[in-house]
Design a protein around this ligand. Structure first.
Ligand code: ZN
Length: 160
């Protein structure tokens, strides 16, 4: 397993628009495996290719229901609204309140470059929006209502 370095806020790669993927290659398959490993290692629920410095329209997500790989994803439909805590592996240790649709339907290509559709509600709907935003250089911090705040982890508390 090869972990990739997660770029953090302030890195210009996070503000750029990613390019569509036109063909599956061994290099791209490796990238997908590495992105999943990197996401699980960092205990995140989603990771977009620009977060590891690659400007391609590729996202991996796992909200606890198994891995989802989205190539060239597009949002087809949204409905409802949810307001809740959101964080990002590129903004470590921070979180803030963001309003997103409560239901999202996406279309994408899978690892075999075949068209797939996914529907998600709650956390999965939030992850679709958050990760697809990364492909257009948008960070959730632009959408935060009120202040970003520090997230404390239990093991950090134990050290005090
Ligand atoms: Zn993010």
């Amino acid at each position: 397993m090869a972990l990739r370095t997660i770029r953090t806020e302030g890195d210009p790669v996070l503000e750029k628009k990613s390019r569509p993927i036109t063909e599956m290659t061994p290099k791209l398959r490796n990238l997908i495996v590495d992105m999943l490993d990197t996401m699980y290692d960092a205990m995140g629920v989603g990771l977009a290719a620009p977060q590891v410095g690659i400007l391609k329209r590729l996202v991996v997500i796992d909200v606890g229901e198994g891995p989802i790989v989205l190539i060239n994803p597009e949002i087809l439909e949204t409905s409802g609204e949810q307001t809740g805590e959101e964080g990002c592996l590129s903004v470590p240790g921070m979180a803030g309140q963001v309003t997103r649709p409560n239901y999202v339907k996406v279309k994408a290509l899978d690892i075999n470059m075949e068209e797939v559709e996914y529907e998600g509600t709650e956390l999965l709907a939030r992850a679709f929006c958050h990760e697809i935003d990364h492909l257009d250089g948008r960070m959730y911090t632009e959408l935060v209502e009120g202040e970003l705040h520090r997230v404390s982890y239990e093991d950090e508390d134990e050290e005090e």
